[in-house]
Design a protein around this ligand. Sequence first.
Ligand code: UDX
Length: 444
Amino acid sequence: MNKLVLVPCPYQGHINPMLQLGTFLHSKGFSITIVHTQFNSPSSSNHPEFTFIPIPDGLTAPIVSSGNIIAILQTINASCEASFEHCLTTQIMKQDPEKKIACIIYDEFMYFPAAAATHLNIRTFILRTTATANFLARSTVIELHSKGLIPFPESVSSDPVPQLHPIRFKDLPISPWDTIEKFLELIVSSHDVRRSSAILCNTTVCLDQSSLARVQQHCRVPIFCIGPLHKITTAASSSLLEEDASCIEWLDKQAPKSVIYVSLGSVACIGEKELAEMAWGLANSKHPFLWVIRPGSITGSDWIELLPREFREAIGERSFIVKWAPQREVLAHGAVGAFWTHCGWNSTLESISEGVPMICKPCFSDQKVHTRHVSQVWKLGLELGDEFERGEIERAVRKILENSDGEEIRVRAKDMKEKIDVSMSKGGSTYNFLNELVELIMGF
Ligand code: UDX
């Protein structure tokens, strides 16, 4: 069977769906080559079935340590265009030369493969790893900026953005890392889909139907909604950090649906004050909680040194803190009753797919768009206010886990899980899109 070349964006929330898609396509008989940056390179040992090829990414230690994701992605795109073409012609095409490269699938933020694909006449697909509603929100940012309406004045921040219900100006996915102009350069490049055979979205029709028709008008190539990708195969973990499985033993000892799982994902950081409010809000709720605190995610400390000592004494056995969890397994565990999430798209999809209601506290960009959809459109969770405030956190945990007014959310979460299960089973929308995709690639 022919070869497929996959190019993930080097962040956890992008590597996971790309490798999950790779696992699925491998199960259909394609041989898979992952071309990746040296920065945040995925672990090849978890995926012996793939060929991994690193290419020079042009990143320097100061750019990486700046944490400016826009600058990092632009550097990679500028540096990798030539090295990618070199890698295709000198390595990938020469290995198993009887197998041709059927197509290249690249993350929307890794648009550098497009040039080589055009020169070498290879088809491409773009993988979008966030909700389709987020694409519309980004397109709106481009439009508002062209009319001089961005940056917007503070006075309108809580006003609704016209035709983007339920997004307010303050929810628009604008990057916190660089100037609006640099951000828009990246977005405009990632939105250029003219040379692609199709766009693959890690979402499913039952979630994103209302945005989908509008996105289709913007992008004149077919859109395949093939998510949730983590459910289409049992892909091995592609975690960049080591998963601490001891939390599963702790979950085994907790009552059904009693635990709140807390994680702010792979990039977001918080300060000492927010940490204290989170800690006391969780402790005061009196519910057990499993809390992922990523090393370096609390500004000014290596790990949990800044957690108040009285807090640690107060919670005793009632909580479990890990550096990184096997999140998909955690969310599928019967003891987990709710997820306090930053609403990165993978976390959101993983929670929805397991019928776990959410408390949403977005940190930046697309997370705010996802939060508004979870809380206002799908009504599968609660949105916390702009401040971290312990009283509000305690009330939210109680509401989502125990109160009768949280019951409607819990029922809807269960219903949505069932709809997603239907979309993945024979004849469902995701099932059909995946089959069409495989047939399309086989025909190349
Ligand atoms: C980033 C951006 O911040 C986000 O806005 C965008 O939608 C995707 O990329 P990230 O913080 O990586 O998000 O969050 P998310 O998309 O939720 O991805 C995190 C992944 O890490 C999930 O697949 C989750 O299962 C996994 N994870 C997280 C773990 O395996 N263990 C953990 O302890 C925490």
